[in-house]
Design a protein around this ligand. Structure first.
Ligand code: ZN
Length: 470
C-alpha cells in the first residue's frame, strides 16, 4: 500500500466514523437566525443572537444561537440586525369599507347620513367588498399584522380575500335591525351568519363569527339570538359596546328591556350576553362596576384609540382596564374612522391617549404596548393558546423588522423602537401559519397586476358616485 492510498483510506475511515457519531440534522421549513427576538411570552427578556425554527405551521424551537446547529431548512433567514416578534393582531376592523376611505373628511355636517349611508346603499356589492378587503389585507400583511377581527357584510367575501392574502381572520357577519346589502329583512344577517359559519368553520386561517352590530341597532331579542348562535357553533361574538357618550340613554330609548339606572354593560349582563366568547370593541364609557362585570365574565376588549381620537371620542379608560387585568387588545376600527389599517401605529396612539387623560407620561410602557398588539390581542380574541407570542408549539405567526432605515436607529430598546419609531415600511418579512407571505418587503401571495385592475374598477365607480354626494 503506497502512502497516497494509505492516506485516502484513513481519511475515508475518519469520514465514515464522523458520519456515524455526529447527530443527524432535523429538517425544518424555515430557520430564522442571529435575530433580536421579542418572545412576548410573559417575560420582558429579549433573546439576542436568537434562533427560531419553524416546521409545518408551528414553531418547533426557539432559543439562543446554539440551537441552530441541530437543524437544516429549505429557507434560512439571516436576521442579523433585525427585530423578530409575534405577528400583530388588529382586534377591530371593517376592511370592506376600504374603497370608501378618505371620503367625506371635510365640509360635511353629518358624515354618517350624507356620505356613509348613501355609499353603502348604492355601492356595496360582493365585488367591492372582496376587492376592498383584499386591498386592506395586503396593506396589513405588509405592515406585520397577521390576525384581524372584522365585522362587515358578505363576510364570506371578506374571508375569501383575507385567506387569499394569507393572514388570519376572525370574521363576524353583521346582524343589524334594518335591511342591508346581504339581508333584505332586518336581522337577516343572523341566517346569513349561520350559513357562513357552516361553510367556513374549521378553516386553517378563518374563524367565522357572529357580529350583532351594537346594542343601539340590535334589539334585546336579537342580541340573545346572536349569542345563542355563537354558542351553538362555539364561535366568537363580536360587537361595538359603550362606544358613545349618548349610548346608555340611546339604548334605553331603543330597548324596553334596558331598565332605568342600568348601564349598557349591565344591560348586556342581564341578557346573559357577557362571556369569554364576546369581543367588545371600544368600551370608551364605562365605570368601575362595568369594568368589574367585564372582568368577571372574561369579556375581550379591543381599544381603538386612533379612531376614538379622530372622532373626538378619545376618553377610553384603557389604562384602568389594563390594570383590572381585563383581556385587552388594540384595533384600528374601520378605514373611514382611522384610515390607516395597520395596527403598528395604534400602539403609540394608545400611549398618547392614556398619557393625555392621566397627565402622566408613564402610562403604557413600550413593552406593555407591544404586549397589547400581540398577546393582549390574542387573549381578547381567545386565541392565546395558538398565537400572540413566540413559543414552542405555537403557530408560526411572525414579523421581522429591519433596523437599517434612519427612523429605526438607534435601536437601544427594541420595544421602544417598535412602539414609537417603526413604520409599516420597516417590515421585511411576515410569516403566517408557517408560510412566508411578505418576503424582503414584497407581498408574495397575490397577483398585484390582477388585483389592481379590479381595484381601479371599484374605486373609479365609487369616485364617480362620490362626486354626486352633497
Ligand atoms: Zn367599529
Amino acid at each position: 500500500m503506497n502512502l497516497v492510498t494509505k492516506t485516502l483510506l484513513s481519511t475515508s475511515i475518519l469520514l465514515a466514523l464522523s458520519a456515524c457519531t455526529s447527530q443527524p440534522l432535523n429538517n425544518a421549513a424555515i430557520i430564522i437566525k442571529h435575530a433580536q427576538i421579542l418572545p412576548m411570552d410573559g417575560k420582558t427578556e429579549i433573546i439576542e443572537d436568537g434562533t427560531i425554527v419553524i416546521q409545518g405551521n408551528r414553531i418547533i424551537a426557539i432559543g439562543d444561537a446554539s440551537i441552530v446547529k441541530g437543524y437544516s431548512a429549505d429557507q434560512v433567514i439571516d436576521a442579523r440586525g433585525k427585530i423578530v416578534m409575534p405577528g400583530m393582531i388588529n382586534g377591530h376592523t371593517h376592511i370592506g369599507m376600504t374603497a370608501f376611505r378618505g371620503l367625506g373628511e371635510s365640509g360635511v355636517e353629518n358624515r354618517l347620513k350624507q356620505v356613509m349611508f348613501p355609499l353603502e346603499k348604492e355601492m356595496l356589492d360582493r365585488d367591492l367588498i372582496r376587492t376592498a378587503s383584499r386591498q386592506a389585507a395586503m396593506e396589513m400583511a405588509l405592515a406585520g399584522t397577521t390576525t384581524i377581527s372584522d365585522m362587515y357584510y358578505h363576510q364570506d367575501e371578506v374571508a375569501t380575500a383575507v385567506a387569499q392574502v394569507g393572514i388570519r381572520g376572525v370574521m363576524g357577519e353583521t346582524v343589524i335591525g334594518f335591511p342591508v346589502v346581504d339581508a333584505k329583512q332586518p336581522y337577516g344577517g343572523l341566517e346569513y351568519a349561520e350559513q357562513f359559519i357552516q361553510q367556513w368553520k374549521g378553516h386553517e386561517l378563518i374563524t367565522p363569527a357572529v357580529a350583532p352590530h351594537a346594542p343601539y341597532t340590535v334589539s334585546a331579542e336579537f342580541l340573545v339570538k346572536s349569542k345563542q348562535l355563537a354558542d351553538k357553533y362555539d364561535v366568537p361574538l363580536l360587537t361595538h359596546l359603550a362606544e358613545f357618550r349618548w349610548e346608555d340613554a340611546g339604548v334605553r330609548k331603543f330597548s324596553k328591556q334596558m331598565r332605568d339606572g342600568q348601564s349598557v354593560v349591565e344591560y348586556l349582563a342581564s341578557l346573559d350576553v357577557l362571556d369569554d366568547k364576546l369581543v367588545a370593541a371600544h368600551m370608551n364609557y364605562l365605570d368601575a362596576d362595568d369594568m368589574a362585570l367585564v372582568k368577571q365574565h372574561n369579556v375581550g376588549v379591543v381599544h381603538c384609540p386612533k379612531s376614538n381620537l379622530k372622532g373626538a371620542n378619545g376618553q377610553t379608560p384603557a389604562w384602568e382596564m389594563h390594570n383590572h387585568g381585563i383581556d385587552l387588545g388594540i384595533g384600528t376600527d374601520g378605514p373611514m374612522s382611522s384610515n390607516q389599517n395597520d395596527v403598528l401605529t395604534v400602539m403609540s396612539y394608545t400611549a398618547m391617549n392614556a398619557r393625555t387623560i392621566h397627565k402622566d407620561n408613564s402610562k403604557f410602557s413600550p413593552y406593555e404596548l407591544v404586549e397589547l398588539a400581540t398577546i393582549g390581542g390574542a387573549r381578547a380574541l381567545n386565541m392565546q393558546d395558538d398565537i400572540g407570542s413566540l413559543e414552542v408549539g405555537k403557530k408560526a405567526d411572525i414579523v421581522i423588522f429591519e433596523t437599517d432605515s434612519p427612523n429605526m436607529q438607534p435601536n437601544y430598546d427594541p420595544f421602544s423602537t417598535i412602539a414609537f419609531s417603526a413604520y409599516p415600511q420597516n417590515v421585511e418579512y411576515t410569516i403566517v401559519n408557517g408560510k412566508m407571505i411578505v418576503e424582503k418587503g414584497e407581498l408574495v401571495t397575490v397577483d398585484l397586476a390582477e388585483h389592481n385592475i379590479e381595484w381601479r374598477k371599484v374605486t373609479d365607480k365609487v369616485g364617480n358616485f362620490a362626486k354626486t354626494l352633497k
